[in-house]
Design a protein. Structure first.
Length: 269
């Protein structure tokens, strides 16, 4: 079993996320197999792989939302149930009920509940934190708007604001670039860079391989098990990507310098 890790440029006694031989199965079918990984403060990690590769399962396992078949996860050197309050999560858009009657400000306030507890009412300081978080993602004017009335890119920014209000130290984003335009992609990368400057670790599951170069420090190639882990310029080679994606990988002519992934749901990256 290979432990995926790196020497971090700053001195940290412990990784913020540590997986040791983690496996997850659904109804007896493996979703993750024997995954070991260490993530440190300030790292930007892209998690790539085909649909069904275990990217979302990995994030849910880190959050303690799915049981492990084997292995162990530690957050900030401790148990998941304690550390998960320090982890912000932006789910895939299709995982959210956008018709639920809740305002933008109320969504962002959810990030404060770990500090409040469910019985204590938000204080003026909590609402100020919500407004500040919305201002940071340039969504302050939408605080009273229903979340379902926003565009895909605006909705992503609101969920990132929730993580800001939460004062998250780790951010997990599941397919944040799906369904958004290029301008919104740039905005999201600016927000990711802001988290990194604060020392937060950021993990992004993505189908868009062309956004990975220059925007991430390391790439985890996942297809139930870890195929490879390292800097993009080392990981992005035909052998690794072919093993990760199989027949779904299409390499366009070199002058176009683009990689395309054709999966069962018609996503391209």
């Amino acid at each position: 079993m290979t432990v995926l890790q790196r020497d971090h440029p700053h001195r940290h006694d412990q990784p913020v996320i540590e997986l040791d031989g983690v496996s997850v199965a659904y109804r007896g079918q493996p979703a993750l197999e024997d995954l070991s990984l260490k993530v440190y403060c300030g790292e930007r990690i892209a998690v790539i792989g085909p649909n069904g590769a275990g990217k979302t399962t990995l994030f849910k396992a880190v959050l303690g939302l799915v049981p492990l078949s084997s292995g162990r996860i530690r957050l900030f050197g401790g148990e998941v149930k304690r550390g998960c309050m320090r982890v912000g999560y932006v789910p895939q858009r299709e995982a959210v009920n956008w018709d639920f009657p809740i305002t933008v400000a109320e969504v962002v306030m959810m990030g404060r509940y770990g500090r409040l507890g469910w019985l204590r009412q938000p204080t003026a300081a909590d609402w100020a934190a919500v407004q500040d978080a919305l201002a940071q993602v340039e969504m302050g004017a939408f605080a009273g708007r229903q979340i379902g009335q926003l565009s895909a890119g605006q909705q992503q920014r609101v969920f990132i604001a929730r993580a800001l209000a939460q004062e998250a130290e780790v951010l997990l984003l599941d397919e944040p670039f799906t369904g958004v335009d290029v301008t919104t992609q740039h905005t999201l990368f600016e927000l990711i860079a802001r988290f990194r400057r604060k020392g937060c670790a950021v993990l992004v599951a993505t189908h868009d391989l062309n956004t990975v170069m220059g925007n991430f420090d390391r790439v985890l190639c996942l297809n139930r098990r870890a195929i490879a882990y390292g800097p993009p310029d080392e990981v992005f080679n035909t052998d690794v990507l072919s093993e990760t994606y199989g027949s779904q990988l299409v390499v366009l002519p070199a002058e176009l310098t683009r990689l395309v992934v054709d999966d069962a749901h018609g996503h391209f990256g």
